[in-house]
Every structure is written in structure tokens, then in C-alpha cells.
Design a protein around this ligand. Structure first.
Ligand SMILES: NC(=O)c1ccc[n+]([C@@H]2O[C@H](COP(=O)([O-])OP(=O)(O)OC[C@H]3O[C@@H](n4cnc5c(N)ncnc54)[C@H](O)[C@@H]3O)[C@@H](O)[C@H]2O)c1
Length: 441
């Protein structure tokens, strides 16, 4: 059995595969296909010749509305997204609407589809959302762990040969004062040595849910022989991938304090003429990867599956940036668009080191043939260019960009609701997002 540290010793990564892949087309189930990364992944795999079936409950659409926001890019209903795929790419994207929290649904889905690979992206993915209050913390951890456990049991019972590509996050590791290996490292204690999982020091209830998920996937791999790739992904950036050639194929761009990444919020602030606001000292460093290159990485993981019983970990990021660097790049590119943003430093609402060592290793994907295709500054320029078309949608929600959710001991829900009550008109689930407050998409 290949398990964890045996990854390198098996030689499958280091001597393995080049960038080109001539294998047979695969059937891939993408959970979270309506989301920011699930959507472009489905397009990428279809374009590559794979059969893709997606699943989603549309809970992210509902939760973004819950905090009074929306995606800057209007997102069509799922049937209209499928229609656009048909018309633009000439491909058929299968879809099942359902919640991974419903085990009967998950079991039936896997029994019917019998996928070769499952890319599991369908989780509550916002750290601030998980920090709002006890209910959001519990929902995040219960839902994320339940969905993963349901998939693991359904794989065991219906499609034991399926390869699970589970999306974790670089945030599982936290910011230790040492280099960060890919999943495992050699530990020596009281004169004895072993290769063990690298300690996780997550920074939110959301990130801890990912840590617990990792333990569950590793354990299922050990006891049932599930083939598993656990992807420690850096923060994503960008709205476009080569398959997104039509506005109807655009993916989400979230920019509110809860769902938007720091970079998305900085660009939005610059577009709206607001100060760019790195929290605290702004020396917090994280790993980042462009959306397009994340799709490349996930496709490589799918096309070069783990062995039965192998649990392998990929640190999926390209480069580390501090939030100050993100702010400076954003401000520099903004000037090319005639904007003149200032940078301000509000107090950090999170509890995190504002200055720290950060040096994660990332070699496994390179060994599979991964190569970086996008540079951060170019993608930032592309985002500015795209957001010009959706400026009015940003304007309509300019009050949701600054932080109200606090990591410290206050429930943030009252402040959040006082600032941005959910829009009563924005109720449809899985329907076209209203474009009436912006130019037609
Ligand atoms: N976006 C990033 O920068 C980033 C970075 C690291 C890791 N990740 C991880 O990548 C994954 C995908 O992230 P994303 O940014 O695409 O998030 P997203 O919220 O845009 O997409 C997730 C999709 O899954 C669906 N979903 C959630 N729970 C579900 C459930 N129980 N049943 C069915 N559908 C459900 C949502 O409706 C949504 O469409 C997540 O696991 C996230 O934690 C994201």
C-alpha cells in the first residue's frame, strides 16, 4: 500500500509524467460545479475531452446574498450556463442539483455515475463567514466534514476505484517558523524517528474544518484503500481561463468582506475610489495561484491519479505575496486605468501574525509537468479590464467591502446585518442573478 510518505519512494511523482497526456478520456464528477473554481474546472476538463458531471446545491449563491452582496460578474441560472457550454464549447455538461449533506442523494449519485475521479470542491469556503457567530462556525464545520464523509462512504460502497481529489487549503498549515513540506516530514523525538503529517495550525473555524477533512481522507485511504489527492491550495486570483471566451461563461468574482479575497477587495476598492486596506501591518504572507493554473494543476492530478490506498498531498501554489505587496501591485496597475488609490491600514479584524516567516515547499505538481502560465500583475490588469463592464454592480454594493466580522470575542452578526441587510428581492436560487443594477451581461 502506498501511503503518505511513500509517495516519493514509489517514484510515481519524481520519475513520472510529462506535461502531455494521451490517456483515455475520463468521467469526472465535480462537486461545487456552480462555484468560482468548479465552473472553470468543468469547462477545462470538457475542453480536454473528458466527460464531466457536476453537482451543486447553490448554497454559495444564497450565502453571498445573506451578507447583502453578489458576484460582480452576473451568474446565469445553471440551465443557462449549460446552454452556453453547449453553444460556445459544443460540449454537454451533466448536472445534478443536490446537497452533499444528504447521504441518500450522494450514494445514489455515485452509484449512478460511477466516476473515474471526483474533484471535491463543494464546501463552505469563507473564513470570515465561519467566524460570524456560533451558528456559522457550526454550519461550516458540520457541513464540510459531513459532505466529505458522505463522499468517502459512497466511494467505498459504490465506486471504490474512483480517485478522490479533495480540495484543502494552504491555510491548514498556518504560518510556522519553519519551511512547510508537502504534507509529511521526518520527525525525531526522544531519539526515535518517523515520517508523520506536518502539524496543522489553522487560523479560522473554516480552516480547521479543512484540517479535520484531511485527517478523514487520510484515514479512509488507509482503512479502505481510497486513492486520494489532498490539495493544499493557495489563494486563487483571476476571473478568466482559456475556455471562458464568452460573457455567459464567466465565473464568480466576489468582493465583499466575507466572500472576497484580499486581492479582489483591493481591486474593487481601487475601482470604486476607496482606499486600499491591507489589515494591520500588512506583512501577512500567503501562497497564491492563478485560477487558470489551478485548473491546470487539478487536471494534472485527475489525469495522473493516486494509486489505490495512496494518500498524497500537493501544495498547490506558485508564489507567496504579502498583503502589502498585493496592495502595491493593485495600486500600480490602477494608475494605468486613470485611478489614483491610496493605501490605508485599518486594524486587523483577524487574529493572525502580521509579520512572520513563510516558506512552503511545492514540488509534486512540478514533477507532474506543471508550469506556471500566469503572472499576478498581468492577471490583476485583466481583472481591472473586466470589472469596467461591471462597475455599477460594484457601486451598488460598495458598503459591503470593509470588514465587520471580528475574530475576537464579539458576535459579528448584528454588525453585519446592520450594515448590509440581505436584499429581499434577491431570493432566487439557481436562477439568473439580477443584472438590473449593472449593464447587461
Ligand atoms: N477560492 C479560493 O481562493 C480557495 C483557496 C483555497 C481553497 N479553496 C477551496 O476550494 C473549494 C472551492 O472553492 P470556491 O472558491 O470555488 O468556492 P465556491 O463557494 O465559489 O464554490 C463551492 C460550490 O460548492 C457548492 N456547495 C457548497 N456546499 C455544498 C454542499 N453541501 N452540497 C452541494 N453543493 C455545495 C456551492 O454552492 C458552490 O457553488 C472549496 O473547498 C474551498 O475551500 C478555495
Amino acid at each position: 500500500m502506498l501511503f503518505g510518505p511513500s509517495l516519493e519512494s514509489s517514484g510515481c511523482l519524481l520519475n513520472g509524467f510529462g506535461a502531455s497526456f494521451d490517456g483515455p478520456s475520463m468521467k469526472v464528477l465535480v462537486t461545487g460545479v456552480d462555484g468560482y473554481s468548479g465552473w472553470p474546472l468543468a469547462l477545462h476538463l470538457l475542453a480536454r475531452g473528458h466527460e464531466v458531471v457536476g453537482v451543486d446545491s447553490f448554497v454559495t449563491r444564497r450565502r453571498v446574498r445573506e451578507v447583502g452582496s453578489w458576484s460582480a460578474t452576473p451568474i446565469p441560472s445553471f440551465p443557462n450556463r449549460q446552454k452556453a457550454v453547449r453553444e460556445v464549447l459544443g460540449k454537454e455538461l451533466g448536472f445534478h442539483r443536490g446537497d452533499l449533506g444528504d447521504y441518500a442523494f450522494v450514494h445514489e449519485l455515485l452509484a449512478r455515475e460511477k466516476p473515474d475521479a471526483i474533484v471535491h470542491l463543494a464546501e463552505q469556503r469563507s473564513a470570515p463567514y465561519s467566524m460570524i457567530d456560533v451558528h456559522h462556525a457550526v454550519a461550516t464545520q458540520v457541513e464540510n466534514l459531513r459532505g466529505t464523509l458522505h463522499l468517502l462512504y459512497a466511494i467505498r460502497d459504490t465506486c471504490p476505484k474512483a480517485h478522490l481529489v479533495k480540495m484543502g487549503t494552504m491555510g491548514e498549515y498556518g504560518t510556522p517558523n519553519t519551511d512547510i513540506p508537502e504534507g509529511f516530514f521526518e520527525m525525531e523525538f526522544h531519539g526515535r524517528k518517523d515520517v508523520v503529517p506536518f502539524p496543522r495550525q489553522a487560523g479560522s473555524w473554516y480552516h480547521w474544518s479543512k484540517v479535520f477533512d484531511s485527517g478523514d481522507v487520510m484515514f479512509a485511504s488507509k482503512i479502505w484503500g481510497v486513492a486520494a489527492t489532498d490539495v493544499m491550495q493557495g489563494v486563487l486570483y483571476g476571473i478568466r481561463t482559456p475556455e471562458i471566451t464568452d460573457r455567459r461563461l464567466l465565473t464568480r468574482f466576489d468582493f465583499d468582506e466575507t466572500w472576497g479575497t484580499a486581492l479582489n477587495r483591493f481591486i474593487t476598492q481601487a475601482v470604486l475610489g476607496l482606499p486600499i486596506t491591507p489589515y494591520g501591518k500588512g506583512e501577512q504572507r500567503r501562497g497564491f495561484i492563478a485560477l487558470e493554473d489551478s485548473m491546470q494543476s487539478l487536471r494534472l492530478a485527475v489525469e495522473h491519479p493516486a494509486e489505490p490506498g495512496q494518500y498524497r498531498v500537493f501544495n498547490q501554489f506558485d508564489a507567496a505575496y504579502s498583503v502589502n505587496e498585493l496592495a502595491e501591485i493593485t495600486a500600480r496597475v490602477a494608475t494605468e486605468f486613470g485611478l489614483a488609490p491610496v493605501i490605508e491600514h485599518p486594524p486587523d479584524p483577524r487574529v493572525e501574525a502580521e509579520q512572520h516567516y513563510y516558506n512552503p515547499v511545492h514540488e509534486h505538481l512540478l514533477a507532474l509537468g506543471y508550469h506556471r502560465t500566469r503572472q499576478l500583475e498581468d492577471v490583476v490588469r485583466e481583472i481591472f479590464h473586466d470589472l469596467v463592464h461591471f462597475r455599477r454592480r460594484l457601486e451598488a454594493k460598495r458598503h459591503v467591502v470593509m470588514p465587520t466580522v471580528q475574530w475576537r470575542s464579539v458576535d459579528s452578526r448584528p454588525a453585519l446585518e446592520a450594515r448590509a441587510p440581505p436584499s429581499p428581492s434577491a431570493s432566487p436560487v439557481g436562477r439568473d442573478e439580477p443584472a438590473s443594477e449593472g449593464p447587461p451581461a
